[in-house]
Design a protein around this ligand. Sequence first.
Ligand code: SAH
Length: 406
Amino acid sequence: MTATLILQAGKSGSLRRRHPWIFAGSVATLKGRARSGDTVIVEDEHGTPMGRAAWSPESKIRARMWTFDPDEIVDHAFFKRRVAQAVARRLGWSVLRGNQIEPAGERLLHGEADGLPGVIADRYGDTVVLQLTSAGADAWRDAIVAGIVQATQCKQIYERSDSDVRKLEGLEPVTGWVEAKGLHETLQQTFPQIDEHGVNFGVDVAGGHKTGFYLDQRDNRLLLRSLAKGRRVLNCFCYTGGFSLQALAGGAASVISIDSSGPALAQAKANLALNPHLDASRAEWRDADVFQALRDYHKAGEMFDLIVLDPPKFAPSAAHANQAARAYKDINLFGFKLLAPGGLLMTYSCSGGIGVELFQKIVAGAASDAGRDARILKRLMASSDHPVGLTAPEGEYLKGLLIETA
Ligand code: SAH
């Protein structure tokens, strides 16, 4: 018997607006028994059915909606359908992106925005990397995998369910090759290579950050490339060289890239070697702390024409916002100080705890402290294969500004 989650009186408004999360404080009672990850029927205080959700007793987000249709059954076929729909939507966008029919690296499943809370899947050529972050998603692993195999005809799936947020759901980390019907058991290629706008990258699916690559910046890397010609570029927090290599492809005069991770820089250099058409003599890699390196360049009187600031998540939640704001302010302040007249700043925050408006305020404060006049040329967000659910705006974690200084 499927258990029924009954909401507190007056707590059904957000569900009616199709926000998919039910917080612990909104639950009146659970009628019947459910284990973590089980599907429950959701009813408001009058017994009106509102849909079906995944039960997660250890999380503050006590349940996540699978469907707002009370009659839709959540079974194997449900996940195959949802996965197939999400993949089909991407094919439409690929064509829209114009110059490449099918990008070699793309996000296939983007959690809530694809009606699959807690499910992330990225495709790197024939390889799919799967990340499950919620109890419900974890419980339906086999169905989700079967859906991916069927919809993509990929050869191998690597699971990277090692994100910290799993702890909040009472889940242990899970990593490794997925075994399932239709997959090539012997391939196990941990460094698939992708082609992003004509530039090659090796992706470390087992040891890299997230699922191995920051696909969310793909469109922004193409924008950077279109701006790079003849410019002296400084790419801060370069990871495996995504923005750096696109800057070289765009004809940058020089590209200095900084990261404090040795393995990331090693992969960045290996990636450059995969692209003999790029002029490696214009690239310099620095293993350094960005906060210190920016100060050193300022002291030395260095100047750049185009600076990228794409730091890690300084504020995972709103509770860290103050401390994070200081860190964002600091790097942006030095970014402005280091820009030559007419220079461009491409600056990002991927912190869920810092909203678009707050981020803009921080950057504005940095410009005025640096004594620079500046204007926004463009607001930036993640690539279109990382959509933001209109009814779940928390999904908009990545925000950026392209700024021109006087
Ligand atoms: N722009 C990259 C992604 C950046 S991820 C891309 O498009 O692929 C953030 C990077 O910041 C990581 O590689 C991490 O190693 C690096 N990092 C974190 N703190 C740092 C610090 N204080 N100084 C330098 N690099 C840092």
